[in-house]
Design a protein around this ligand. Structure first.
Ligand code: GDP
Ligand code: CA
Length: 318
């Protein structure tokens, strides 16, 4: 069974970590959002890619969900003291990643090559691909004008009211080498519990899953390829981050049902939390098979259990 998982940062990384404990490197490919990427202090930073890779490598900071464990902050604090922009924190170990990535990019290497090398160095065996090697930039349209994603997310703490999103460069960006092939040969696609608006939509913009070429592969039981999403919204709220706020500001009541509706026509399966079981029938009404289970991943065991539940749901015996 071959699986492709689409992931953003924190929510995506947790489920991917669970999946990677069950599936072999041949069975799992992860395609990660790069719409959040930006340059800071002259360095090229890939927040979601790094969160996924650090998490798989066991190097992630469990408290923040981003950055490295046992981190120190000497370099950035010295830069702050000299008057450098203070709105984005970068730890010392993390800076090593950005320094070396930026050096290689300037040498002409691609983001996917660099990621592959870094994963090898960190002992990550599963394939992690950026959605594209070309730049795609998520722009948040707000009542305070258009904001680059990190400007909105970190600098402005998601305070401006959201009106919409644009993914600059997505029209011309090619899927990263290997992404198309992985999708073509996959039996099933899992859309992780990531922010639908700013983590998953940019990926889908660059790699439209409903493209006939990608969905042409037959599923294991000859039923076609399944696409299953896990709700990042539990009980009407996000575990972390602005997804629920975004739904609200766009005039949609945030709920697992709203997430299912967002993916309508794309997903054949949908996973919602037990606290949302009353929404199951309505999700089924969107022509999706449903699984109701615990989807809150507090511990490492939770990650693995949710991964197992999702895999069983899509027909993998684990
Ligand atoms: P970001 O790029 O770091 O914001 O990460 P993602 O987009 O991958 O994840 C953010 C989303 O993950 C939020 O909408 C959260 O509600 C969701 N999320 C985080 N932890 C969990 C969890 O344990 N379970 C579920 N179902 N969703 C989660
Ligand atoms: Ca992100």
């Amino acid at each position: 069974m071959k699986i492709v998982a689409l992931a953003g940062g924190v929510g995506g990384a947790k489920l991917v970590h669970g999946l990677a404990q069950i599936l072999s490197p041949e069975e799992l490919t992860v395609i990660v959002n790069t719409g959040d990427d930006f340059e800071h202090y002259g360095l090229y930073i890939c927040p979601d890619m790094d969160t996924v890779c650090y998490t798989l490598a066991g190097l992630a900071n469990p408290e923040t969900g981003w950055g490295r464990v046992n981190e120190t902050w000497n370099v950035i604090q010295n830069a702050f003291r000299l008057g450098g922009p203070g709105w984005f924190n970068l730890g010392d170990q993390d800076l090593g990643t950005h320094l070396e990535r930026t050096r290689r990019l300037r040498e002409g290497q691609t983001l996917s090559q660099i990621t592959k090398d870094f994963c090898r160095a960190w002992g990550v065996e599963h394939t992690v691909l950026p959605m594209s090697d070309q730049p795609v930039r998520t722009i948040v349209e707000t009542d305070d004008g258009e904001l680059a994603f990190q400007e909105y997310f970190v600098h402005r703490r998601c305070e401006p009211r959201v009106k919409g999103f644009r993914f600059e460069g997505a029209e011309i960006a090619e899927p990263a080498p290997g992404a198309r092939e992985a999708l073509q040969s996959a039996d099933a696609v899992i859309i992780c519990p990531s922010n639908p608006w700013v983590s998953i939509d940019p990926i889908l913009k660059v790699i439209p899953l409903d493209h006939p070429l990608l969905l042409s592969g037959e599923g294991r039981k000859g039923e076609g390829k399944s696409v299953t999403a896990i709700s990042p919204i539990i009980g009407g709220q996000t575990v972390k981050g602005p997804a629920a706020k975004m739904f609200n500001e766009l005039g949609i009541e945030p709920s697992a049902l709203a997430v299912a509706n967002h993916y309508r026509g794309l997903t054949s399966g949908f996973v919602l939390d037990r606290v949302d079981s009353q929404l199951e029938e309505r999700v089924r009404g969107l022509n999706m098979r449903t699984l109701v289970t615990n989807t809150l991943m507090k511990s490492h065991d939770d990650r693995k259990q949710l991964a197992r539940d999702v895999l069983n749901f899509i027909g993998v015996d684990v």
